[in-house]
Design a protein around this ligand. Structure first.
Ligand code: ASP
Length: 358
């Protein structure tokens, strides 16, 4: 499809059979989601639609003037209850690139510090004109509560340990750019680190199994707790024909012949005592260093959602090596978020003609 300057497009021709990672007959895909809170309800053709529109947004970002009027007059509000650099800045840049009006609420200087509840804050922001609410919260599930009381669209910028859908989508987009034919089917993708506390890992499970990747989650057993049972019971949610994933504490086995290695931050702020003997020991046993990365395929890429603890989960030389695509991830985040704002704004338009089913 071609991204028009009008924000009313909700469907597009993309290839996809509906099966995991599916290449197949072209099908019309409509965007039905009013909110984007996680990828568990997003089908593979819908993910392909997002990827397709992201391509178009990359085209806009490559222009000398990276601004289109698609969301002119639409109001995007960011509400972040947790620290963020790249997610917040890239959402705001994405909204501005589409000519939306952006309001940025800092909870540290808002009435939240006077005890205002999430529900009251969301109602207040809606009364002040918010149409798309991008939020981050330390409590898993907080965006569902916001979506219950908000008349517009909620876009999750990360909630607790639960989900970070735009990160998983920008990760997928970046992997597709580097893998031959943009095809992840059968490709070994390894996520190493603090899986337990990671909303990035949880959202990536949905998208990467949908893409048909051979997905491995790796870390100390204390930071994988529960994931083995999830892997065994995995049914892929809304994604027909999804792949499976596996968990292991054997970092060498995980890295061997990998196509993609993603290191995750050790989340000290969410860590209860006793899960790790020490950061030094973690770095020695699981850190992605030059020696370990040599087990992966020679063309393997190294990713990290940031912020990095260099010298802990990733060695500084690996983080800046030719394999690392970490700054590409950040840049792709703007395009992916433009695509999602665009789709949600279109779904909002469609609501007037009764097309939105969710
Ligand atoms: N920035 C990512 C997140 O917000 C990863 C991290 O914090 O480690 O989940």
């Amino acid at each position: 499809m071609t991204v028009d300057v009008e924000p009313t497009v909700t469907s597009a021709k993309v290839s996809g059979s509906g099966a995991a990672g599916g290449a197949g007959a072209a099908s019309d895909v409509a965007w039905h989601h009013r909110h984007l809170i996680d990828l568990d309800v997003v089908t593979w053709p819908e993910i392909e639609l997002i990827m397709d529109i992201t391509d178009q947004m990359k085209g806009i970002l490559a222009r000398p003037i990276r601004k289109v009027p698609a969301l002119n007059g639409r109001r995007v509000t960011t509400l972040f209850y947790e620290a963020s650099t790249r997610t917040r800045v890239s959402f705001e840049a994405a909204a501005r690139n589409l000519s939306a009006d952006v309001v940025s609420v800092s909870t540290a200087t808002s009435s939240v510090t006077k005890g205002e509840s999430l529900v009251d804050t969301v109602r207040t922001l809606e009364a002040l004109g918010a149409e798309i609410l991008v939020m981050r919260h330390s409590v898993s599930g907080a965006p569902y509560l916001a979506a219950e009381v908000f008349g517009g669209h909620v876009l999750n910028g990360g909630d607790g340990w639960h989900a970070h859908p735009t990160q998983a989508l920008l990760d997928l987009y970046t992997m597709r750019q580097h893998l031959p034919g943009g095809d992840l089917r059968g490709r070994k993708v390894v996520i190493v680190g603090d899986i337990l506390h990671s909303r990035v890992a949880r959202s990536n499970i949905w998208s990467l199994t949908a893409a048909g990747a051979d997905l491995w989650l790796c870390g100390p057993s204390t930071l994988l707790r529960g994931f083995d049972r999830w892997a065994a019971a995995w049914d892929g949610g809304a994604i027909p024909g999804h792949g499976r994933f596996q968990v292991t504490s054997d970092v060498e086995a995980a890295l061997r012949d990998a196509d993609v290695v993603m290191a995750l931050r050790i989340q000290r702020e969410r860590m209860q005592g006793g899960l790790l003997p020490s950061l030094r020991e973690y770095a020695a046993r699981f850190g992605i260093n030059a020696e370990r990365i040599s087990l992966a395929k020679p063309e393997a890429i190294v990713m990290h959602p940031g912020p990095m603890n260099e010298g802990v989960e990733i060695a500084p030389d690996v983080a800046v090596s030719g394999r690392a695509v970490i700054t590409e991830q950040v840049a792709n985040g703007v395009a992916v978020r433009m695509a999602l704002l665009y789709l949600l704004a279109g779904a909002h338009e469609a609501a007037h003609v009764g097309e939105v089913v969710r």
